[in-house]
Write a protein that binds this ligand. Structure first.
Ligand SMILES: [Fe+2]
Length: 134
């Protein structure tokens, strides 16, 4: 299980929990040697979820004038590009070992690191700004 902190915004915590569930379902599906289309469906869901979650974070960062917005957004762009490339690579090569390693190690490490650093600070900032406006 991945160990990551809760942040100051509920929607982000819910999305993070959903991300963890999607990633775990995907790893379990790969381990069970499920048919490739089943893996593709879950992988597409993980990408769509991440896309949507990042867009929501970015919208709120812009609304509240988060100063390091560009840094956080460029990290999102880097991750989305990597996810798309890995997904394409999987769909062309069907290398189960590579897909599993990437999800298990790289995505796991990235997620814990990202929530601990950028998301934690961003949620705190947005939460404080929203509080001031009400
Ligand atoms: Fe983020």
């Amino acid at each position: 299980m991945l160990d990551y902190p809760q942040v100051a915004l509920d929607f982000m915590n819910r999305d993070h929990a959903e991300f963890i569930t999607l990633r775990e379902n995907l790893l379990a599906t790969i381990s069970a040697q499920a048919p490739e289309p089943d893996v593709d469906t879950l992988l597409n869901e993980l990408l769509a979820h991440t896309h949507h979650h990042f867009a929501e974070e970015e919208r709120l960062m812009q609304e509240t004038g988060f100063p390091p917005y560009a840094m956080h957004k460029s990290e999102h762009e880097r991750v989305l590009a990597d996810m798309s490339a890995r997904s394409e690579h999987w769909k062309q090569g069907r290398n189960t070992v590579a897909l599993r390693e990437w999800l298990d190690r790289d995505i796991g490490d990235w997620f814990v690191n990202h929530v601990n650093s950028m998301d934690f600070v961003t949620a705190g900032f947005i939460n404080a700004q929203s509080g001031e406006r009400t």
